[in-house]
Design a protein around this ligand. Structure first.
Ligand code: S3P
Length: 421
C-alpha cells in the first residue's frame, strides 16, 4: 500500500475567507473561482450575507455584490461562526464599522478560544465590543461605529489579528499599522493591494496608508497548501509512494513545512511556479524518502507551518533520531490543544514523545502499537494527521469522530481513496 498519483486539493482556506470578508468592505461585484466549500468558509459567506452582501453560485463560481463599507446593514440575527476562528476574528474587523448591533457566537470549541487578541485592538480603535470573560470569549456583541486609526503592536504572530486590524482600518477608511513578533501569512495585504489600497510592508510591520478608492477584485483561489501537506507527509514516509500535487499555493509564509521536511532529507520538488491572483502557485512532486532525519523547528519558523505541526509530528515518527518543535505555544489555542492532542495520540501508537509547554520532542522509530481507537479532539487537522499515520504504518485504526474534516477539507476521504492503494 502506497500513496501514488496526481491530485488537486480544494481552494485555500485563508484566501477563501479573505476573498469574501475583505472584498465585502468595498462596494461592487466580484467573482471567486475555486472557493473552498468547507464549513468554515460557508460561515464567512453567511456573515457577509447577514450584513447585506448578495451571494450567487454560478457554475461552481461565487458571485458576490456588496453595497460597500458605509452601506452594510445591521444583521437581523446572531451570526454563528461554527468552528471557524477566521470568520470571527477577521469578520470582527468588518463588523466593528457596521452601524448597529452584531452578535457573533460559535460551536463549543470556538467558544473556548481566545478573542481578546482582536477585541483589544478594536476597542482601542473606538469600537464597543462586549463578550464573556471581559471580551475574551464568544459570544461577542459589537456595536459598530466609525473607528479611529491605530498603531498596534501585536503580542502574538497572528495573521488573524493582523487582518482584523487591517480590515477594521479599511472598513472605516482610516490608516492603521500593525507590528507582529514574526511575520505571519500575508494574504490580506496582497488582496488589499490588488483592491487598490496603499499598503506598505517594512520588516514585521504592515501599514494600511490609504484605502479611499478600493474596489472588490476577482479571486482565483489556489489549492490549499495546508490540505496538500497531509498527502505530502503520507508520501514521504510510505514506501513506494510518489505523488504530484497540482496548482497549490506556494506563498513562502505558508510553506515552512516543505523547508523543514527538505532539511530532514525529504524528496520534495516544486515545479511550474507562476502567479495566480497575486499569489505564487505551482506543482509539488514528492517521493518516499527512507532516510529522513530528525530536526529542530525553531520559534521563528512556526508561523510559516503553524497548521502543519500535526502532520509534521507524524513525519517525525518515521525520521531517524529526535525531532523537537519549539516556540509553538499558539498550538494550545487552535481548534483543539494540538500539542496535547498529538502527543497523547502518538503515545497510543507506541511513540515516545515528550510534551513541552510550547512544543514537543518526538523520538523517531516508534509506531509499533496498533491502538483500537484514537481521539480526534474535535479537530480536523488531528483527524487527517491520524488517518495518514495509520495508513503509513499499514494499520487499521478508528478515529472516534471524523466530522470536523468538512470544516477545511470536505473531499479529504475521496482524495485519500484515490491515491492510497
Ligand atoms: C489563519 C491564520 C492562522 C491559522 C488559521 C488560519 C488565517 O491563525 O492557524 O488556521 O487565515 O489568517 P493565527 O493567525 O491565529 O495564527
Amino acid at each position: 500500500m502506497a500513496f501514488r498519483g496526481e491530485i488537486r486539493v480544494p481552494g485555500d482556506k485563508s484566501i477563501s475567507h479573505r476573498a469574501i470578508l475583505v472584498n465585502a468592505a468595498a462596494g461592487g461585484e466580484w467573482r471567486v473561482r475555486n472557493l473552498l466549500e468547507g464549513e468554515d468558509v460557508l460561515r464567512s459567506l453567511e456573515l457577509v450575507k447577514r450584513v447585506g452582501v448578495s451571494v450567487k453560485r454560478e457554475r461552481g463560481d461565487y458571485i458576490l455584490t456588496s453595497p460597500g463599507r458605509f452601506a452594510l446593514k445591521e444583521p437581523d440575527d446572531i451570526i454563528d461562526a461554527g468552528n471557524s476562528g477566521t470568520t470571527v476574528r477577521i469578520g470582527a474587523g468588518l463588523l466593528a464599522s457596521v452601524r448597529g448591533l452584531s452578535v457573533v457566537t460559535g460551536d463549543r470549541y470556538l467558544r473556548k478560544r481566545p478573542m481578546l487578541r482582536v477585541v483589544e485592538p478594536l476597542r482601542r480603535m473606538g469600537a464597543l465590543v462586549l463578550g464573556r470573560g471581559g471580551g475574551e470569549f464568544l459570544p461577542l456583541a459589537i456595536e459598530g461605529r466609525s473607528l479611529s486609526g491605530i498603531e498596534y503592536e501585536s503580542p502574538v504572530a497572528s495573521a488573524q489579528v493582523k487582518s482584523c486590524v487591517l480590515l477594521a482600518g479599511l472598513s472605516s477608511n482610516v490608516p492603521v499599522r500593525v507590528r507582529e513578533p514574526v511575520n505571519s501569512r500575508d494574504h490580506t495585504e496582497r488582496l488589499m493591494k490588488a483592491m487598490g489600497a496603499r499598503v506598505e510592508v517594512s520588516g514585521t510591520s504592515v501599514a494600511l496608508k490609504d484605502s479611499s478608492s478600493v474596489k472588490p477584485v476577482d479571486v482565483d483561489v489556489p489549492g490549499d497548501f495546508s490540505s496538500a501537506a497531509f498527502f505530502i507527509g503520507g508520501a514521504l514516509v510510505t514506501p513506494d509512494s510518489e505523488i504530484v500535487v497540482r496548482d497549490v499555493l506556494l506563498n513562502p509564509h505558508r510553506t515552512g513545512f516543505l523547508s523543514v521536511v527538505s532539511r530532514m532529507g525529504g524528496d520534495v520538488k516544486v515545479e511550474n511556479v507562476r502567479e495566480q491572483s497575486g499569489e505564487p502557485v505551482g506543482d509539488i512532486i514528492v517521493r518516499y524518502s527512507p532516510d529522513l532525519r530528525g530536526t529542530v523547528v525553531e520559534e521563528s519558523e512556526i508561523p510559516s507551518l503553524i497548521d502543519e505541526v500535526p502532520i509534521l509530528s507524524v513525519v517525525a515518527v518515521f525520521a531517524g533520531g529526535v525531532t523537537e518543535i519549539r516556540g509553538a505555544g499558539e498550538l494550545r489555542v487552535k481548534e483543539s490543544d494540538r500539542i496535547r492532542a498529538m502527543c497523547s495520540n502518538l503515545r497510543l501508537f507506541g511513540v515516545t514523545v515528550e510534551e513541552k509547554p510550547d512544543g514537543m520532542v518526538i523520538q523517531g522509530g516508534g509506531g509499533t502499537v496498533t491502538p483500537e481507537r484514537v481521539s480526534s479532539f474535535g479537530d480536523h487537522r488531528v483527524v487527517m494527521s491520524l488517518e495518514i499515520l495509520s495508513r503509513a504504518l499499514g494499520k487499521e485504526v478508528q478515529v472516534d469522530d471524523t466530522t470536523s474534516v468538512r470544516t477545511s477539507f470536505p473531499t479529504f476521504y475521496d482524495i485519500l481513496r484515490s491515491v492510497y492503494s
